[in-house]
Every structure is written in C-alpha cells, then in structure tokens.
Ligand binder design. Sequence first.
Ligand code: DX5
Ligand code: ZN
Length: 234
Amino acid sequence: MSREKTLEILREATPAILPSLLLCDFGNLEREIEKLHEAGFKSLHLDVMDGVFVPNFSYGITIVEAVRKLTDMPLDVHLMMVEPQKYVQQFASAGADLITFHAEAVDDTRPVLEAIRETGIAGGIALNPGTDVSMIENDLDLCDVFLVMSVNAGFGGQSFIESVLEKFSHIRNAPNGDRILLEIDGGINTDTIGQAHAMGVDLFVAGSAIFRQPDYRAAHDRLLEQVGASNERV
Ligand code: DX5
Ligand code: ZN
C-alpha cells in the first residue's frame, strides 16, 4: 500500500502492538496470521537477519511475500543486514509497507531513506542501544518512523534495556521530529511497556510476550491495558 495509507493506518492504531513473527510457527504460517488477526493486531513486524550485521539468520524476501499473500495488514519490515540499499526495491515489491534499516549498517543513511521513498512505501531508521541518536538528526525529514532497539538486535527473548528510552525525547524535540512515529523493539512485555509508553512511543514490537503465550488475544489485551488502550472486538 502507499506510504500515506500505511502511515494513516498506523497512526490510527496507536498505541499499537506489533507482533514480531520471529518466534511464530512458520510451519503453520497461515493459521498464525489468522490467529493474530483474531487477536486484534493491526500491523505485523518482520525481522530480517543476515548473519553478518547480526550473529543470527532469520528469513528474507520469500517470507515477506508469503505473509503478504495472507494478510492486508501493513507489514513493518526491520532489516538487520549489511547493504540494505541493495534490497530495498525487492522488499518493497515483495509487499513490505514500511522498511526500517540500521544506521550502524550503512555509511550514510540518507541515500537509503531516499531509495525507500522512491519505492513509494514508508521508511525509517533503527538504532541499536549503544548508538548515539545524534547521528541521524540530519535525516529526520525523510524518516516516517524512528525505531529504537531496547535490546541488541539479533535475538528475541532478551532483557529490556531501559536507558535507551531517552532517545525518544531527543528525536521528538529535534527539528522535523514531531511528526515521526516512534517505535520500540526488544524486551517489551507487561512490565516494560508502560515505561516506553510514558516516553511517547507509538508502536511497540513484541515477540516473546505474544508467541510464548497460549492465547494471543489475551496477551494483546494485557499489553494494551498497560498503555491505557483497549482491543476492539473483531
Ligand atoms: C530482535 C528483533 C525483535 C525481537 C523481539 O533483534 O528485532 O523484533 O524479535 O522479540 P522480544 O519481544 O522477545 O524481545
Ligand atoms: Zn525487530
């Protein structure tokens, strides 16, 4: 879908929980997506890992394509890979609606943001916990989303790093920062989501807090409750 449509859906859904499919049952992908629909989620988060930028492999373009065929929900594709610019067009054609890539993985973030804009979908920058937020300040005009990692990218199920939260106020107050959707990823659960929400975060990625629970709807409800929102019945 167009960048405008994706941003409209995401804005409307905030505060929104985005399930990270990393821990889902890929042998039953269709059923998993159906269950996530039934649980009231409005967008899905897909983690692409190349074994180089992060010490772990996950999946790539073919899984984005497969998920695209199973849902109309906006697909938020988080690229944890070197040279993301080489694959932006392919991920967009595969059905990504939003692409974030890591500032640490490129020499210059601007041409990558421009390449994403050219495809017509939404885009943004992701930062690992140790990366200074000032390195992306000049490119905020091209960012639709700012993704703060609250664990070091690479694996699900890690503990939340609270000190990253200050990055959000920095971006919100920077020139061009006020219209950006703020997203957090890593260690989000019912104990940590409230702190992130208090910092103005709009989009909360959650893996284990959903997929290690028996009932996705109940897991979604519990997370939404912590951010003062409720789940519309579908
Ligand atoms: C980590 C990924 C996350 C991860 C989240 O590199 O980007 O999306 O799957 O999983 P939890 O919620 O378990 O930390
Ligand atoms: Zn992610």
